[in-house]
Design a protein around this ligand. Structure first.
Ligand code: GDP
Length: 364
């Protein structure tokens, strides 16, 4: 399953955000280290297109697509050296496909800050530094493995050593591996190491309810600090959203959201942005038994997309019947699309487009 890890210093609002995002209940209290067990939650990706297809097809069953969220606590200054149970948690980050880095951008005197004052840019650097140290350790271990062979003239080992050395000095400058410009071949060598600072990241600025729409000076500082990294910055009010999530009815929740100036829950925006960050898209199958959203990586071919359903579908792939989502929604049914000549037959080379409604033909 695709996994996003939530990281950040203690008391920045990680578990509050996690609670908004997932059905699992993580404990949240005004006390550093309250979330010492990594928590995993599965969230459904909100998608109005799935609702529309359901309305049109009226299937027996509806299955949305999901992303796994892991709340990774215990990262503090010194984590890479084992402080505050940090080392254990760094391992949890390695298993994630992307990182949501939560930064405290709210001033609330009642909530203790581990470093005494609110400064999200400093906080980001503290976490980054720990991840960079861990990556340095990984890179250095790999260097030792190839050093001898590189000396004896082994070409592959030499290429590896070159890139490891480049990475090492980059990390030592206090930079994250994701920023290093590499050739495709070099990128493959770096990917093998699953470096923590190479993972796609989104900075999540946690603000008070008055700043959920326009942000505040802390958010501006974060944006400036990460401009070079070319990373996403998202504003969210985890505290207020947690309160809103407690309300029973959808109407009530929408009313409160619009009171603070939002059209939809920030967590929905966050999930979609995370999906984007992971370079993912959705295609649909829409039968009377089941309407379902499937997650694929952008650029996947029709057989690869079929393989997400079942490996047999990929192996025996013959062709796919494809209707663009907009056409399906407009004409209202598969039969109507077929009649209008809007159902396409696509072969093995077809690159699946976001929102395609697909039906696969395959040999068993
Ligand atoms: P974690 O240690 O990063 O998981 O932080 P928590 O989610 O446990 O939050 C720490 C404290 O900050 C809790 O008392 C939360 O209620 C509070 N908190 C979280 N988000 C916000 C927010 O957006 N605004 C305010 N004022 N308090 C928040």
């Amino acid at each position: 399953a695709l996994k996003c890890g939530i990281v950040g210093l203690p008391n920045v609002g990680k578990s509050t955000l996690f609670n908004c995002l997932s059905n699992a209940k993580a404990q949240s209290a005004n006390f550093p280290f309250c979330t010492i067990e990594p928590n995993v939650g599965v969230i459904t990706v909100p998608d109005p297109r799935l609702n529309k297809l359901t309305e049109l097809v009226k299937p027996e069953n509806v299955v949305p697509t999901t992303v796994e969220i892991v709340d990774i606590a215990g990262l503090v200054k010194g984590a890479s050296k084992g402080e505050g149970l940090g080392n254990k948690f760094l391992g949890n980050i390695r298993e994630c496909d992307a990182i949501l880095h939560v930064l405290r951008c709210f001033d609330d005197g009642n909530v203790v800050h581990v470093d005494g004052s609110v400064n999200p840019v400093r906080d980001k650097e503290v976490i980054d530094f720990e991840l960079q140290l861990k990556d340095l350790e990984t890179v250095e271990k790999n260097m030792v493995k190839v050093q001898r062979a590189a000396k004896t003239g082994d070409k592959d080992a030499k290429a590896r050593l070159d890139i490891y050395e480049k990475l090492k000095s980059y990390l030592e400058e206090g930079k994250n591996a994701r920023g290093l410009e590499l050739t495709e071949d070099q990128q493959l060598l770096v990917d093998e190491m699953f470096l923590l600072t190479a993972k796609p990241v989104m900075y999540v600025c946690n603000v008070d309810e008055g700043s959920v729409v326009n942000g505040n000076e802390h958010v501006e500082a974060v944006k400036k600090a990460v401009a070079e990294e070319n990373a996403e910055v998202l504003i969210i009010g985890a505290g207020i959203e947690a309160d809103i999530a407690e309300l029973d009815s959808y109407e009530e929740r929408q009313e409160f959201l619009s009171d603070i100036g939002l059209e939809e829950a920030g967590v929905h925006r966050l999930i979609r942005a995370a999906y984007e960050l992971l370079n993912l898209q959705t295609y649909f199958t829409a039968g009377v038994k089941e309407v379902r959203a499937w997650t694929i990586t952008k650029g996947m071919t029709a057989p690869e997309a079929a393989g997400v359903i079942h490996s047999d579908f990929q192996r025996g792939f013959i062709k796919a019947e494809v209707i663009a989502y907009d056409t399906f929604a407009e004409l209202g049914s598969e039969a109507a699309c077929k009649e209008a000549g809007k159902m396409r037959m696509e072969g093995k080379e077809y690159i699946v487009q976001d929102g395609d409604v697909m039906h696969f033909k395959f040999n068993v």
